[in-house]
Design a binder for this molecule. Structure first.
Ligand code: ARG
Length: 462
C-alpha cells in the first residue's frame, strides 16, 4: 500500500517509524467529527461548482456508509492508514476511485485536524456542562435540606465559627458555577471554523469558508489561516478549565474522605461508592472519593504535557501537535466521569446531624460572637478580641465553657465585664445572627439557594 502522500518518495517508511508516526490508534475517536467535516466540505465544494452534484452525492453517501461501518466495528484500521483523516479518505478512494480523489480539494490535514478537534472540544464542553448541571442540582437539593443544620466551620482545619451544612455545600455550588461559566466562555472561543485554511496560507480555489462554518454549526470563521492550523489554545483552554474543575472536585472529595472517617462520622458514604479490604474484614474504604481526589493529577498532567509540547514550536503546523490528542481525550473522559460520580455520591449522602452537632459544641465556635457582642457594648474590637482570648484560655485551663463563668471570674478578666454582658451563646443564635450578605444565617442560605436555582434554570443550553 502506498500512502496518500507518497508521490515524491522513493521508498516506504521503516516499520518502527510507521508505528511512531501513526496516530490512527487514538485519533480514530475523531471519526464522526472528521466525517462531519468532510460532508460539509464537499457540500460547499459542490455549491461553489468545484465538484458536480453527482460527485457530491456519491461522496456524501459513501462517507455516511463508512461512518456506520466504523460504528458497527466493521472497519479495521491499519497502522499504514497513519491517521483518521487518511484512513477515511483512502477507504473512500478505494470505493469511489477518481470521484473520491476530489474530496481533498482545497483542504489539508492541517485544517482538517483543527476542525475535527474544535468540533470535538465543543461537543465535550456540552456534555461536561450537562454533568455540571446535574452536580449543581444535587448540591442545591442537599443544601436546601440542610440549610439550617449547624456544623463546625473550619479554618486551618481548626474549629472556627459555626456555619450551616447548607452554607458549606453552597460554597461548592459557587465554585462549580464559575467552572460552568468558564466552560461556556471557552466554548465561545472554540466556536470558530478553521476549515479552508488549508496547509497554512489559504487556497487559490474559490471556496466559501463561511458556508462550511454554517454547515458545521460554527458561529464564526477563523481570521488567519496560519493561526488556524498552528495553535491549540482552545484545547489548552479546555484542559485549563478542566484542571480548575478537577481541583474543585478533589477538594469536595477530600471532605467526603474525612467526613466519612471514624474520627468525624459526619457522613457514611453509600456502600455503592466504597470498597472493602482484602485483608481487614471490617473495612469500608471511601475509594471513589479518593480516586476523585487523585484523578486531578492526570488532568493537570495532560495540561502540562500539551503546554510543553506547544512551547517553542514555530509557525505554522508541526507534527508535535499530534501529541495533543491522547491528553485531550483522557481529560474529557476523566472529567465527565468524575463529575457524574461526585454528583451521584452527593445525591446518596445524608449527614449524620447528631455527630455533627456534638462536634460543634467543642472549640469555642462562639468566641467571635462574644467579641462582637462586646463591640456592640462599646469595647473597641481589638480589646474585645484580647479579652475573649483570655476567656478562652481561662476556660480551657479550668475545663469550663463560656456559660459556666461566674461574675467574679469575668471581672477578674476585665473590669468592664459582667454576666449581663455575656450574650446568649447558643449556636443557633450565633449562626442566625450572621445575616450579612453572603453570611451563614439560614435566611441568607435560603436566599443563596434561591438565587442559585434561578441561575441554574437560566443557563441556556448551548
Ligand atoms: N495526524 C496529524 C495530527 O494529528 C494530522 C495532521 C497531519 N498533517 C501533516 N502535515 N502531517 O496532527
Amino acid at each position: 500500500m502506498t500512502n496518500l502522500w507518497s508521490g515524491r518518495f522513493e521508498k516506504g517508511l521503516d516499520e518502527i517509524v510507521e508505528e511512531f508516526n501513526a496516530s490512527i490508534f487514538f485519533d480514530k475517536r475523531l471519526y464522526d467529527c472528521d466525517i462531519e467535516g468532510s460532508i460539509a466540505h464537499v457540500t460547499m465544494l459542490c455549491e461553489q461548482g468545484i465538484v458536480t452534484e453527482e460527485e457530491k452525492e456519491k461522496i456524501v453517501r459513501e462517507l455516511k456508509n463508512i461512518k456506520s461501518e466504523i460504528e458497527r466495528g466493521e472497519i479495521e484500521f491499519d497502522v499504514r492508514d497513519e491517521d483518521i483523516h487518511m484512513a477515511v479518505e483512502s477507504i473512500l478512494i478505494k470505493r469511489l476511485g477518481d470521484t473520491g480523489k476530489k474530496l481533498h480539494t482545497a483542504r489539508s490535514r492541517n485544517d482538517q485536524v483543527a476542525v475535527d478537534t474544535r468540533l470535538y472540544v465543543k461537543n465535550e464542553i456540552e456534555k461536561v456542562i450537562e454533568n455540571l448541571k446535574f452536580l449543581e442540582q444535587n448540591l442545591l437539593k442537599k443544601a436546601d435540606k440542610y440549610y439550617d443544620k449547624i456544623m463546625v466551620g473550619f479554618t486551618h482545619m481548626q474549629h472556627a465559627q459555626p456555619v450551616t451544612v447548607g452554607f458549606h455545600l453552597m460554597a461548592y455550588f459557587q465554585m462549580f458555577k464559575r467552572d460552568m461559566e468558564r466552560f461556556i466562555d471557552s466554548y465561545e472561543r472554540t466556536d470558530y471554523n478553521p476549515l479552508g485554511s488549508c496547509a497554512l496560507a489559504g487556497t487559490t480555489i474559490p471556496i466559501d469558508r463561511h458556508r462550511t462554518a454554517e454547515l458545521l454549526g460554527f458561529k464564526n470563521v477563523t481570521e488567519n489561516a496560519m493561526d488556524s492550523v498552528s495553535d491549540r489554545d482552545y484545547i489548552l483552554e479546555f484542559m485549563s478549565v478542566a484542571s480548575i474543575c478537577m481541583m474543585h472536585i478533589s477538594r469536595l472529595a477530600e471532605e467526603f474522605v474525612y467526613w466519612n472517617s471514624q474520627e468525624f462520622c459526619y457522613i457514611s458514604i453509600d456502600d455503592s461508592f466504597c470498597t472493602g479490604s482484602s485483608i481487614m474484614p471490617q473495612k469500608k474504604n471511601p475509594d471513589m472519593a479518593e480516586l476523585l481526589r487523585g484523578k486531578s493529577g492526570r488532568v493537570y498532567g495532560n495540561l502540562f504535557q500539551l503546554l510543553t509540547v506547544m512551547k517553542g514550536t514555530p509557525l505554522a503546523y508541526n507534527k508535535d501537535f499530534q501529541e495533543d490528542k491522547e491528553g485531550l481525550f483522557d481529560t474529557a473522559d476523566t472529567l465527565r466521569k468524575s463529575l457524574l460520580i461526585l454528583a451521584r455520591m452527593m445525591e446518596k449522602t445524608e449527614f449524620n446531624m447528631e455527630n455533627i452537632q456534638r462536634h460543634s459544641k467543642r472549640g469555642f465556635l462562639n468566641a467571635t460572637d462574644v467579641a462582637e457582642h462586646f463591640v456592640k457594648n462599646n469595647i473597641p474590637f481589638r480589646e474585645a478580641h484580647e479579652i475573649t482570648g483570655r476567656m478562652v484560655k481561662y476556660c480551657e485551663d479550668h475545663n469550663k465553657d463560656f456559660s459556666d463563668l461566674t461574675e467574679d471570674e469575668l471581672i477578674s478578666m476585665d473590669k468592664r465585664l459582667s454576666l449581663k454582658l455575656l450574650p446568649g451563646l447558643s449556636m443557633e443564635g450565633c449562626v442566625g445572627g450572621r445575616v450579612s450578605f453572603g453570611g451563614t444565617a439560614p435566611s441568607e442560605v435560603k436566599r443563596q439557594i434561591s438565587v442559585g436555582k434561578k441561575w441554574l434554570e437560566s443557563v441556556a443550553a448551548i
